[in-house]
Write a protein of this length. Structure first.
Lengths: 339, 339
DNA sequence: AAGGATACCGGTAACGTTACCGGTAATGGT
DNA sequence: ACCATTACCGGTAACGTTACCGGTATCCTT
């Protein structure tokens, strides 16, 4: 077994086996009409018999068209990434394109801009017709093929991008909590260098200000969007002399950390502590109690990105370079009014 | 803005800008030692300035080595796939290789063998040095580069593969339930054409047989590993004249469907119905009550696959072509003894 | 000082494919 | 019967890169 070191078959092998020239095989492969029906059949049969598939590399190099869209994301297995992937996958299925996801598996938090542009050029102009990048630090890429950024870390990116209304979503969450009577509201933020985190903090502060509640430094924790860090932050908040009656978590994974810490301290959610998250991940429904959270339609961002990149690939112009997605509070069972 | 239709830069541009030949630039790129320190520096600087990245396609075509590993999976966003991805990602990060995930976004359940081999040849021999395929139907690929299959749908695949002990895991689950006193145990299977499903059914039947419990056709439902179908199957089981006191779900997503149906019928888990799953997905901890399930170490399968493919790429031989992973029952809160 | 070794670099060919051009045979029109 | 058109197909060059060979200038050795 496993003696299949039979050298990979090329278009030349197919041509030889079918008794035609490589040009003709190429024409068959690309469904050009300048080939006799009989010849077409014969070549197709040989292709099937030999199990031939054309080299994506060679094809892309010569014809400048691969029908493949690239996707670059820092960590493919993170819940956020998975949600994006779902949307992209759905859109790809309905398109004529295939998808290649590229990652170096590096889950170090701070991918450098240089590395990102490296990845982009690596794919673009060789094996992909266009690239979608997720939460990039860089937004200026030197490449011929089009690029679309999802949630870029740049207030004014110079490539087409999709962003969600982070401040507005946070504001909705705050208004909801304040409407329930909460006045001591803790906030556990994401990594502060991320634009999304600073925009959500903005919403938190604006929400307080609009209600005339003074900003209290002690109620702010700087997390990193991970559950474990959020657990620690929550413990710090809950052991304050005057602990918060509600916590606004900057994303759902952070909210999970809040749940964990609350359970460890025998603090009941929502009776003794209200919690609001951000993202509306699939998992948030399964939490007990089900998490109230801000939906930022992550999957939609993915599918819209595909639509945009396809337009760009086909030389069309976009209606808008900056596609904003409206966030929306989803009320479940993790909050209770505070009297 | 967005006038970056500056034609992609090639090694020739770099060579011209640095005042050297393309050969020298190539040597710098590949860290060959036949280049003066001063020249090396200058070329590196030009590369950085121009933001040049070599074309993966051209490189792979010429040098037969790309340092990229391919991964082919039917649905990247499915929970199972995500778990595999996690393991693969972890292992990739510690290796010298990058990862490309290929999908056509087709979530149709039955990908054809032809399509699979097409994908494999597409990647292999052009842009990847080796490919990992997840739950392939085909296991005989005509390609020069190595292949490793995860959970192949073939009892005796003729390529190196990683499989988990499905029957044994199911047996553990059954012994546990029977040990708790259950005798009417329902089983919701996955798609019957999958090897994993038939092996788990085998374990279910063997478990019954060992305990002297007669097999009852009515307690078997054929699902498709999805939550929605499982919901429907569960309703059928629970409205039987003599409904099961426990349900063994063929995977965790199926178990979630059982939870949903139970909730709709006001059937309490575990008081009135015990549930065991299979997979031990991340989500299973968040379920309420936490799901007792068979861990099949999906992530480990991914990282082991990377180890295997790297060995094969480097011409080493594997200790074993068929790597079996031991499954293990994880007991949580979804089962109770039946008196 | 002459010969040989070494350091460094450029030119050429090839990887597998498609775009383009051109050529042959068959067909149609008069 | 002759020219024009058409249908079909083959040859050649090029995509961007690296392997390989070979060439020049410098250095070392005796």
């Amino acid at each position: 077994m496993m003696e299949q070191i039979r050298k990979a078959i090329t278009i030349h092998d197919v041509a030889a086996a079918a008794g035609v020239s490589v040009s003709t095989v190429s024409r068959v492969l690309n469904d050009k009409d300048d080939v006799a029906a009989e010849t077409y059949e014969r070549v197709q049969q040989v292709i099937a018999e030999l199990g031939y598939a054309s080299s994506l590399a060679a094809r892309g190099m010569r014809s400048r068209r691969t029908n493949v869209i690239g996707l670059i994301m820092p960590d493919v297995a993170a819940p956020y990434s998975v949600a994006v992937l779902q949307g992209i996958n759905r859109a790809i299925a309905q398109s004529d394109y295939d998808l290649i996801v590229y990652t170096n598996g590096d889950v170090r938090k701070n991918a450098s801009a240089a590395q990102e542009s490296y990845f982009v050029s690596l794919l673009n102009g060789s094996i992909t017709d266009g690239v979608i990048v997720v939460t990039p630090v860089a937004t200026n890429f030197s490449t011929a093929a089009p690029i679309v950024a999802i949630d870029p870390n740049n207030e004014s990116p110079d490539c087409p991008a999709i962003i969600s209304t982070n401040r507005d979503g946070a504001l909705q969450a705050m208004n909801y909590l304040i409407g329930l009577g909460h006045r001591r509201i803790g906030f556990i933020n994401g990594r502060s260098e991320l634009v999304s985190a600073s925009r959500r903090l903005r919403g938190y502060r604006d929400g307080l200000a609009a209600a005339g509640i003074p900003f209290n430094e002690n109620l702010i924790e700087i997390g990193d969007y991970t559950t474990e860090t959020a657990r620690i932050c929550t413990h710090r908040l809950l052991q304050l002399d005057d602990p918060p009656t509600a916590i606004f978590a900057a994303n759902d994974q952070t909210a999970m950390g809040v749940y964990q810490a609350a359970q460890e301290r025998k603090v009941l959610i929502p009776e003794e502590l209200s919690v609001v998250g951000f993202d509306n991940l699939r998992e948030s429904v399964f939490l007990n109690p089900a998490l109230t959270t801000v939906d930022q339609f992550i999957s939609e961002m993915g599918s819209i990105a595909v639509e945009m990149i396809v337009k760009l690939i086909n030389g069309k112009t976009l209606e808008t370079d900056l596609h904003k997605i409206q966030t929306q509070l989803v009320i479940r069972d993790s909050c209770k009014s505070f009297v």
